[in-house]
Design a protein around this ligand. Structure first.
Ligand SMILES: *Cc1c(COP(=O)(O)O)cnc(C)c1O
Length: 421
């Protein structure tokens, strides 16, 4: 029984599973107090892009910590935020001209939803309904949960979650049904459609094709419905391109970025908006301003880390690393898929996922999941299956040997599970 007073996220303390204490990290490896070297196969929950403790990001944090730690951001500004905003404009789609800072993916989504509602309210129009996609995940605050899938994760809070319009997931062969549902819903003049481009992450690493994303964007444009892209997970190279939207030639009205924004080192998020969304709030009337803030909005140390991340994207061969990792992942995934017990292998960019065949539709609370998790932990692998979906989403710097160990671990875990039955 743990003597720590800490209440961990997504952890059932009643099961008394061991909680390793990590002392330091480097590249794709984490080191524990009892001397183990753990391979980080999920980028510490999808955030660590260039590897743990990247020297340039650490140096930028240290340097900024010696200058300015924190400053109110309402009515004040600072150099790291100004530099970051300009650098983002340079690499993000030109139509996204305004940058609002917050602290996490969830808050970037709350900000996006509030911007969309403010856009319509300030234009004197009433639309407020939000459209979402089945199986989506946008965060764990009440608003973000409202636009995400309903299930065991949020059952106690359902009475408080606001009503949304849900489109069916565009599964293979059923893409047109999604597009038809979106078009029908758009005729009723909703405020916005929020979607994870190309990959639904927490919903089970579900992929859909770029042409569907492009069509969805076109339908929203045709009906004047704001299109919000939640690239909190897919952004910063995860799907092979800087943004997943690029692969569909799509530019949203509002874009949410977090996780890899600081290379995964410290929390920071941005919500980028089109000039039209910004303009709707622009007035001499103070009642029309954008009423949102959090204490640490655009924290200077976090912005300095993000600036270092952008410098790494500028001067290091990040895109080559991503392409090489994508290639290696696909080879190893193909080998895994050839083994018995696996089904539905899928890969995009640095994300590879596969399902355990023997328990279809078991969902997050699958009986297999705890056994898998324990097997990985005992073998010094940081992998965290979503139900019976096992996925590998490592830092881009992971080497071939560590990647091999991750895939060997998955094969062994599946074999061990099959023996146990
Ligand atoms: C992780 C995630 C979020 C929430 O981000 P947090 O930083 O955990 O609040 C939102 N949207 C997507 C698509 C995510 O993967």
């Amino acid at each position: 029984m743990s003597t720590s007073p800490i209440w961990h996220p997504f952890t059932q303390h009643g099961l008394c599973e061991p909680i390793p204490l990590v002392t330091h990290g480097e590249g794709a490896a984490l080191f524990t107090e009892d001397g183990r070297r753990i391979i980080d196969g999920i980028s510490s929950w999808w955030v660590t892009t260039h590897g743990h403790c990247h020297p340039r990001i650490m140096a930028a944090i240290a340097e900024q910590a010696g200058k300015l730690d924190q400053i109110i951001f309402a009515g004040w500004t600072h150099e790291p935020a100004e530099t970051l905003a300009r650098a983002l404009l340079e690499i993000m789609p030109p139509a996204l001209t305004r940058i609002f800072f917050s602290d996490s993916g969830s808050t970037s989504v709350e900000v996006a939803l509030k911007m969309a509602l403010g856009f319509w309210a300030n234009r004197g129009a009433p639309p407020h309904r939000i459209l979402v996609m089945e199986h989506s995940y946008h965060g764990d605050t009440i608003g973000a949960m409202s636009v995400g899938a309903r299930g065991v994760f949020n059952a106690p809070y359902t009475p408080l979650l606001f009503d949304v319009g849900t489109l069916p997931f565009p599964a293979v062969g059923r893409e047109q049904a999604t597009l038809d549902a979106l078009e029908a819903a758009c005729r009723e003049a909703p405020a916005a459609f929020i979607v994870e481009p190309l990959v639904l992450g927490a919903g089970g690493m579900l992929f859909y094709p770029a042409w569907v994303l492009a069509e969805m964007r076109a339908i929203c444009a045709r009906y004047d419905v704001l299109f919000i892209a939640d690239e909190v997970m897919t952004g910063w190279g995860r799907t092979g391109t800087l943004l997943a939207c690029e692969q569909a030639g799509v530019v949203p009205d509002i874009l949410c970025l977090s996780k890899g924004l600081t290379g995964g080192a410290v929390p920071l998020a941005v919500t980028m908006a089109s000039e039209a969304v910004y303009d709707a709030h622009l007035s001499t009337d103070r009642a029309r301003m954008f009423f949102h803030s959090s204490s640490y909005t655009a924290n200077p140390i976090a912005c300095a880390a993000a600036n270092a991340n952008l410098a790494i994207w500028r001067d290091e061969p990040v895109r080559d690393r991503i392409a090489a990792l994508a290639h290696r992942q696909r080879q190893r995934l193909d080998a895994l898929a050839a083994l018995p017990g696996f089904t539905n292998p899928r890969a995009l960019g640095t994300i590879a996922a596969i399902d355990l065949a023997d328990e279809p539709g078991a969902g997050y609370l699958s009986q297999r999941a705890p056994g898998l998790l324990a097997h990985f932990r005992e073998n010094d692998l940081l992998l965290r299956p979503l139900g019976t979906t096992v996925y590998v989403m490592p830092p881009y710097c992971i080497d071939a040997a560590d990647l091999d160990r991750l895939y060997a671990g998955i094969a062994e875990a599946a074999a061990a599970m099959a023996r146990r039955r």
